[in-house]
Design a protein around this ligand. Structure first.
Ligand code: FMN
Length: 337
């Protein structure tokens, strides 16, 4: 098995699309000895390129994370019905629901072309396993490629596609699951078990992700011979993160005491703080990413602008209660002791 190292400290500060991952967070991670990833998801190629340039002003130790397009068939009638059920929410926040946008590949080809033409040290993927030609071209360009997986079968696909390593994302992880089987996803795997199962199945270096919130957690997963951990939620309250104030406050508010796996916001399972929106829609929301992501976007934007934590996707992992305020360096220090 080839050896991989993410640097002096075996911690990846997770890519967190939707605001939290900023160039400042990535630069701060590198300065503290960890590896940070820019989150290219939801962004244009121009914005991705601008963020890469901003990071390169300070460091060459970083990665870029890209969403693999999901073109699995969806139940269009169910999504239309969900649009009708969302009307009262739109009225509550004074917004119009958009027409349903069925196709969106998040500028996949343009992003991959740019990353091949102007390579970065690390590229990671979520929401699926890229084709082997894409991975081969990125590796030839000089990048090390990680693929996020949620079970041993996906790890085997990543191995077959030529990935340098996998990020084993367990059910306790905050934000979207990378699962390729969203209909069956329950979010009930543990990080320790998942790393062990994947290491048993494929001879690839493994990064462990999900619910890592303390030095003890970190040591326990490194003991399973993961070569690094990827931590998201624990850095959401970092000074350098772009996390919205409403989310920062909710994470310390006793009214938000638990997380749930929900597809209510985007049509793809994600772990979030339980709020009014998840209580109202989690049971009835169909699958359908990214159509539902676009459908709920105006509601989430308006709720965010009004500072209402009950109408936004408060992505957070099961260990959110341990997240603390501080600089990235301080938060990292609390993990590595
Ligand atoms: C707010 C938020 C946004 C996320 N966005 C992304 C993303 O854009 N790409 C990605 O690969 N993973 C994303 N993730 C998942 C992380 O990469 C990682 O799997 C997860 O944070 C690990 O679990 P933890 O949150 O318990 O530390 C996100 C997680 C959070 C909390």
């Amino acid at each position: 098995m080839n050896e991989l190292s993410v640097g002096d400290v075996p911690v990846i500060v997770a890519p967190m699309a939707g605001g939290p991952s900023t160039p400042a967070l990535v630069v701060a991670a590198a300065a503290a000895g960890a590896l940070g990833f820019l989150a290219a998801g939801y962004k244009s190629v121009e914005i991705m390129a601008g963020e890469i340039a901003a990071v390169r002003d300070s460091t060459d130790h970083f990665g870029v994370n890209v969403f693999v397009p999901d073109d699995s068939p969806v139940d269009r009638a169910a999504i239309e019905r969900y649009r009708d059920r969302l009307r009262p929410e739109a009225e509550r926040y004074g917004v119009e629901l958009p027409e349903i946008r069925w196709a969106d590949d998040d500028h996949w080809s343009e992003k991959i072309s740019m990353l091949i033409a102007d390579p970065v040290p690390w590229v990671s993927f979520t929401f699926g396993v890229p084709d082997s030609a894409t991975i081969r071209d990125l590796k030839r360009a000089g990048s090390q490629v990680l693929v996020t997986v949620t079970d041993p079968d996906e790890a085997e696909l990543a191995f077959d596609s030529g990935a340098d390593g996998v990020i084993a994302q367990s059910g306790s992880a905050g934000g979207h699951s990378s699962t390729t089987n969203p209909a069956l996803y329950r979010g009930d795997t543990t990080t320790l078990d998942l790393v062990a199962e994947i290491r048993f199945r494929v001879p690839l270096p493994v990064v462990a992700a999900g619910g890592i919130a303390s030095r003890q957690d970190l040591e326990a997963v490194l003991d399973t011979r993961a070569f690094a951990v990827q931590v998201g939620t624990h850095f959401l309250k970092a000074v350098e993160a772009g996390t919205r104030p409403t989310q920062r406050e909710a994470m310390g508010d006793p009214r938000f005491a638990e997380t749930v796996v929900t597809r209510a916001f985007t049509g793809r399972p994600a772990r979030a703080l339980r709020n009014r929106f998840t209580d109202t829609f989690s049971d009835s929301a169909p699958l359908g990413y990214p159509a539902i992501h676009h459908l709920t976007a105006p509601i989430r934007a308006a709720a965010g602008a009004q500072g209402d934590p009950h109408g936004i996707n408060l992505w957070a992992g099961a260990g959110f209660g341990y997240a603390r305020d501080g600089t990235t360096a301080e938060i990292l220090a609390s993990l590595i002791g």
